[in-house]
Design a protein around this ligand. Structure first.
Ligand code: ADP
Ligand code: MG
Length: 273
């Protein structure tokens, strides 16, 4: 279908013809502390192009901190993250890497879409206007074109008839689908999801997971923090299990979720299932 064709273009990152070799996201020896409290203690991870990596782990294990680092929302104490071969938080001038002070600009240029547990929609803007906001005001897309794209995205997440609704008139599941559409509107090269269904009533979880599953099928590169084990088994190419700021184990869903080797992983899975 034409819609799928277009989504395929979206997922492959239109205009990024000169793809660099190596993993799309590469995190090496990442350390982070808040005050004296260590949160990440030497984390290594990677996401290949088109890969879906699910991150699991108990509350406080550092999952959100990791995601936020990838998207310039958190500074890195030690170690480095490369996205598409470029250092997060730095810009290269000649041979020198200079820390970026303007993280908002860095974030806009990186074209990474992020979806949070709490949808964080602009309450005074309609569903359509929420989706148009970043393309028009951050990326300088003409409003008419941004509107067309936003309508396409709304239809894709099953909300073509809700374009004019303000967020408070939408259910939690609908709001989260608008948030996903909004993240997609910048033609992201990478999508980050931080517990996208944790704040939803159980009956609304499925409609949001269905949209994420569809993106996975389209080949979108994604890093997803979720406690939804069944979803992870279906959609993840790889699962990373974290606890207390370290990667405890990682592998295919069958390995990590089906036959976990570590006691901490086993305990966690007993708790969430
Ligand atoms: P997770 O997403 O796995 O629950 P987080 O990355 O949110 O873990 O947090 C890891 C630890 O860091 C938690 O103990 C949390 O309280 C702490 N933390 C997170 N953000 C901050 C912050 N801005 N200031 C101080 N402590 C923080
Ligand atoms: Mg978190």
């Amino acid at each position: 279908a034409p819609a799928d064709l277009w989504l395929g273009e979206l997922a492959s990152g239109r205009g990024d013809q000169a793809q660099k070799p190596g993993p799309f996201v590469l995190g090496r020896n990442l350390w982070k502390a808040y005050g004296a409290r260590p949160v990440l203690r030497g984390v290594d991870f990677s996401v290949a192009r088109g890969e879906v990596v699910v991150v699991m782990g108990p509350s406080g294990s550092g999952k959100s901190t990791l995601l936020r680092m990838v998207n310039h929302l958190e500074t890195i104490d030690q170690g480095a993250i490369l996205v598409d071969g470029e250092y997060v938080g730095y810009r290269q001038v000649g041979e020198t890497m200079i820390p970026m002070r303007d993280l908002a600009t860095a974030r806009a240029q990186a074209r990474i879409g992020m979806v949070f547990q709490h949808f964080n929609l602009f309450e005074h803007l309609s569903a359509l206007e929420n989706i148009m906001e970043a393309p028009v005001h951050v990326h300088g897309v003409a409003p008419a074109e941004a509107r067309r794209t936003a309508m396409r995205l709304l239809r894709m997440v099953g909300l073509g008839n809700h374009a004019d609704h303000l967020p408070h008139r939408l259910s939690g599941g609908q709001q989260q689908r608008v948030a996903i559409a909004r993240a997609l509107a910048i033609s992201p090269r990478l999508m980050l999801f931080d517990e996208p269904t944790s704040a939803l009533d159980p009956e609304l979880v499925g409609e949001v997971l269905a949209v994420i599953r569809r993106l996975a099928e389209m080949g979108m590169t994604m890093l997803v923090v979720t406690h939804e084990v069944r979803f992870a088994r279906e959609v993840a190419d790889r699962v990373i299990f974290m606890d207390e700021g370290v990667v405890v184990e990682e592998g295919t869903p069958d390995e990590v979720l089906g036959a976990p080797r570590h006691e901490r992983t086993q305990r966690f899975l007993r708790m969430v299932e």
